[in-house]
Design a protein around this ligand. Sequence first.
Ligand SMILES: [Zn+2]
Length: 376
Amino acid sequence: MISYSLLKTSGKARRGKITTPHGEIETPVFMPVGTAGTVKSLTSNQIAETGSQIVLANTYHLYLRPGMDVIGKFGGIHHFMHWDKPILTDSGGFQVFSLSGGLTKVTDEGVLFKSHIDGSMHHISPEISMQIQHVLGSDIIMAFDEPIKDDAPYQYAIESSQRTIRWLDRCIKEWHTLDPERKQSLFGIVQGGIYRDLRLESIHKTLDANLEGIAIGGETIGYNKERTKEILDWILDEIPCNLPRYTMGVGDIDDIFEVVARGVDMFDCVSPTRLARNGALLISPAEGGNKKNKYRLGISKAEYAMQDIPIDRTCQCYTCTNYSRGYLCHLFRSHELLANTLASIHNVAMLAQVCEKIRGSIENDTFASLMKEWIG
Ligand SMILES: [Zn+2]
């Protein structure tokens, strides 16, 4: 079971601490995504050295491959991936809807979907999602939900959002059966699309369940920047201050500041490692990073080939401490595997360092000026 303590606020931004069976997490925290039980191209030591305190693993991917018989044999995902710090697993809902190529049938019972790996048909229900996450043994598990598309019409958003609320009851019943000592903590997920009344209904019903954390989900969050802020403004004040709040799919630096400014504690995104593999390296304002260039530098460009300076001179990561832009440029142009590792270390470490700066600024009550420095 986890517990959350609120330590300090600066405006609505919150510095806190989550205690889990696998250690403490200082918040606000960015959680890198280990989709298939690996944060792509990084060993668990390398992940820890980036300053990451918790990783996210995907129920959908691990269920399809290697499968629950394998994970069960290894006693859970911590041992299997050799990571002894906290792990959060998602419910599988988002991938079921986004990866099965439209071949998804949703009923009140659950979701029938086609595997993106071999085309085989599978069924996930709220109960099955809880069973899978129980075998995975993550510290924080997510309720099974139907993430609503950003452009979902109102009528569909009503049906879907209410189904997610009904599914939450079934998740809770199954979780109590599987985990009577509450070693894992269940978070409910607020849906409701872009509709204020539905988001408010969803948050109130989710809070009624008395869980240990609240996630805010749906395709809109992290994808539609303006709507994300609006939705958070509608609902975050409804959440008691003793509960951690998690926005799913937020990983752009400006968005991190925007959600923290509204009182969010946790966020995850595949973007830092995905960008890294494409040679898009994160840079701070000191190196010219800003909202317009998305805090990115395209390291394969010829202009970096002769630069004997780190990617970012303010970054403390292993890559920036030991390697130059010129070397990284060469690795990417030569399609060397080491490029992925060094770039991923840097991008993940940058977000960990941004969060560390944010926590420090909340402590000193200077969050607003840090936000201005980073996003203008
Ligand atoms: Zn770095």
